[in-house]
Design a binder for this molecule. Structure first.
Ligand SMILES: *[C@@H]1O[C@H](CO)[C@@H](O)[C@H](O)[C@H]1NC(C)=O
Ligand SMILES: *[C@@H]1O[C@H](CO)[C@@H](O)[C@H](O)[C@H]1NC(C)=O
Ligand SMILES: *[C@@H]1O[C@H](CO)[C@@H](O)[C@H](O)[C@H]1NC(C)=O
Ligand SMILES: *[C@@H]1O[C@H](CO)[C@@H](O)[C@H](O)[C@H]1NC(C)=O
Ligand SMILES: *[C@@H]1O[C@H](CO)[C@@H](O)[C@H](O)[C@H]1NC(C)=O
Ligand SMILES: *[C@@H]1O[C@H](CO)[C@@H](O)[C@H](O)[C@H]1NC(C)=O
Ligand SMILES: *[C@@H]1O[C@H](CO)[C@@H](O)[C@H](O)[C@H]1NC(C)=O
Ligand SMILES: *[C@@H]1O[C@H](CO)[C@@H](O)[C@H](O)[C@H]1NC(C)=O
Ligand SMILES: *[C@@H]1O[C@H](CO)[C@@H](O)[C@H](O)[C@H]1NC(C)=O
Ligand SMILES: *[C@@H]1O[C@H](CO)[C@@H](O)[C@H](O)[C@H]1NC(C)=O
Ligand SMILES: *[C@@H]1O[C@H](CO)[C@@H](O)[C@H](O)[C@H]1NC(C)=O
Ligand SMILES: *[C@@H]1O[C@H](CO)[C@@H](O)[C@H](O)[C@H]1NC(C)=O
Length: 509
């Protein structure tokens, strides 16, 4: 069943420049499902992604538009890349498993938070308009539990500026935090929950109709925007949770594996050796070729051409421009000359360059795999432990969570990017708002299999042992994960301390 159909692609509009690359990456027949019979041994090498317009620099620089991707609305076709609200698992596009001998045993979902205001660091020195968030409230408070004591008020933050405070805020004037999930992002989060519930409860009967904390579990990062998403998403899945106390798992900030928040010098050194901020020629090629675009953007925005964080990658301009478009706000104009504005074609060029950067950082460079493994390996080890637990092998990654069969993680683009890097996705993009990866563990007779969905469709990996990740024998996946990160992430502390570039003698440059 693995190769019998062509599923709708997330990138329907994307044409391939070098189609043969796919054949060259070694897609063989699926590993034989001789579960338990053979020792799974999987090679741990990096395999290049397919070559497409996204990761071909001449096409990026010389192109127009953004491959049919959507940047200006949360609404759009369910099979099309939409930066504002990426495709996710839903009843209309869910690839139903046709062979009823496969029984779903465990599901783990991870997705990026939904759309938000920009980070303050990505806002221009002076903004020409304000951004209001008075159509929503962000609740913060405390309340005694275990055992409950007196009740607390549901308190929320009301952002304001004082006439006696002469300082100009970083970012926009107005009533928002930079960042915060916007009203539109809260609505998207709610719909995301509704859609997942419709598949895993209504369609498949896998999770109960009513919330049961022993069966479903939610996890967030230390960045409050993921909690903002979770609060709406949970009420989307379980309307009866509205205004009810609901736990969100979170790890201590300094060691959080989800964001990720833990320190990993090796990863930083590796990413820094070839990616954003590096002086590697492969990285600088697209920066140097974009001098005219940068000059125009700097003139209009008032960002200093010397501001290195704006010029070592397109991250800031990308966030700055896309956040406006996702919220139906105008592209910015110069404060000094109100007819000198960022054009749609300039914004599109920024978006193409941003997509190119994510493919380069997380897939095209052969150091992307060790860089991602060291900085995201702990989450992968936790996933592997949860899968083993679901197969009756040991405890889960959360104590006292023996019956949980649906885990849900709300994370960031840095989380999803590293995960896609480790899975060696064949076509890397910048994971937009709400970008989702779902791991589904199935049992057939005595054997277990993993299916991986990206944007609600079966993910294809460039790694020949993973390939189209539709019922991959679990031994193969676990051998790959264990080989890279170790059971219990035992390899990660060592990997994080010893820069690989020191070990292999190639140097970090
Ligand atoms: C297969 O795995 C088992 C248990 O881990 C081990 O005892 C055996 O030596 C392995 N066989 C081969 C051929 O590697
Ligand atoms: C860019 O496109 C033009 C016109 O389509 C073409 O003449 C030129 O060779 C292209 N340049 C690159 C670097 O691909
Ligand atoms: C969004 O962008 C597309 C392509 O650039 C354009 O055709 C469409 O009109 C835009 N929609 C809105 C609501 O601005
Ligand atoms: C199940 O069968 C239907 C109808 O043939 C097909 O459209 C669908 O893609 C199949 N699902 C999977 C996961 O192969
Ligand atoms: C874009 O950047 C400008 C310049 O730093 C800043 O003033 C503005 O707030 C940013 N806007 C967004 C949406 O990030
Ligand atoms: C933002 O507020 C500052 C003072 O707080 C004011 O000087 C500036 O004009 C305001 N900008 C806009 C676009 O309203
Ligand atoms: C509730 O508050 C009152 C007044 O402070 C206090 O006397 C009482 O002990 C509190 N009850 C609980 C259960 O903490
Ligand atoms: C990019 O420009 C910098 C500064 O002008 C220069 O030092 C570097 O050699 C250039 N690199 C490439 C790959 O063009
Ligand atoms: C950029 O830095 C150079 C050298 O430090 C300085 O001469 C120049 O004025 C700076 N330009 C801006 C726009 O700040
Ligand atoms: C203002 O910007 C427009 C559009 O870029 C340009 O044509 C015009 O010359 C500029 N005016 C001044 C005074 O710089
Ligand atoms: C990684 O790529 C670089 C540049 O193409 C090459 O010199 C190096 O040998 C490669 N390293 C590995 C481990 O493949
Ligand atoms: C959680 O597990 C610990 C250790 O196994 C046990 O002592 C405790 O009672 C459990 N708590 C709950 C709420 O089940």
């Amino acid at each position: 069943m693995r190769y019998s159909q062509s599923t709708p692609s997330l990138f329907a509009g994307l044409s391939y420049i070098i189609n043969v690359a796919q054949a060259q990456t070694g897609y063989g027949p699926p590993p034989a499902a001789t579960c338990g019979a053979a020792n799974a041994s999987v090679d741990l090498a990096w395999y290049p992604p397919v070559k497409s317009e996204i990761n071909s620099l001449p096409a990026v620089l010389n192109g127009s538009g953004v491959y049919g991707f959507i940047f200006n609305s949360s609404q759009g076709p369910l099979d099309t890349y939409n930066w504002c609200n990426m495709p996710h698992t839903n009843p209309t596009t869910y690839p139903k498993v046709n062979d009823s001998s496969y029984k779903l045993e465990y599901v783990e979902v991870i997705h990026r938070h939904h759309k938000r205001t920009p980070y303050a660091a990505n806002t221009f020195p002076v903004e020409s308009y304000a951004w209001e968030c008075s159509d929503e409230a962000l609740f913060f408070g405390g309340k005694p539990i275990n055992p409950y004591g007196n009740s607390s008020a549901s308190t929320y933050w009301d952002v304001y500026s004082s006439p006696s405070n002469p300082l100009v805020p970083e970012g926009f004037n107005g009533t928002c935090q930079f960042p915060q999930i916007t009203r539109g992002g809260l609505d998207d989060s709610h719909q995301h929950g509704v859609d997942l519930k419709a598949v895993y409860s209504t369609m498949l009967g896998f999770i109960p109709e009513h919330y049961d904390s022993k069966v479903v579990s939610y996890r967030v990062s230390n960045n409050v925007i993921t909690s903002q998403v979770a609060s709406m998403l949970i009420a989307g899945m379980y309307p009866s949770r509205a205004n009810r106390d609901t736990p969100l798992l979170t790890q201590p900030d300094s060691i959080d594996s989800l964001a990720p928040g833990y320190t990993c010098d090796t990863s930083g050194a590796l990413f820094g050796s070839y990616g954003s901020g590096s002086d590697s020629p492969a990285w600088l090629a697209h920066i140097n070729s974009s001098a005219t675009l940068y000059a125009n953007l700097d003139r209009i925005s008032g960002v200093s051409p010397n501001a290195s964080d704006w010029h070592m990658s397109f991250d800031h301009y990308f966030d700055n421009l896309s956040a406006r478009l996702c919220h139906a706000k105008a592209l910015p104009c110069s404060i000094a000359n109100t007819t000198d504005c960022v054009s749609m074609s300039q914004a599109d060029e920024v978006f193409r360059l941003g997509e190119y950067e994510y493919s380069f950082i997380y897939r095209d460079n052969n150091q992307s795999l060790p860089a991602s493994v060291s900085s995201y390996g702990i989450w992968v080890a936790e996933l592997a432990q949860n899968i083993r637990h679901a197969m009756g092998d040991g405890s889960s990654s959360v104590s006292n969570a023996t019956a949980v069969r649906y885990r849900h993680n709300v994370a960031h683009d840095g989380s999803i990017s590293r995960l896609l890097s480790i899975l060696q996705i064949e076509r890397m993009v910048w994971p937009g708002m709400g970008s989702e990866v779902v791991f589904e563990l199935y049992k057939k007779e005595t054997c277990y299999f993993l299916r991986v969905l990206w944007g609600g469709q079966i993910l294809t990996s460039s790694h020949p042992a993973l390939g189209r990740m539709d019922m991959v024998p679990i031994e193969t996946v676990l051998a790959y994960f264990d080989g890279l990160v170790g059971v219990g992430a035992s390899k990660i502390p060592g990997l994080c301390q010893t820069p690989e570039c020191d070990v292999d003698g190639e140097g970090c440059a």
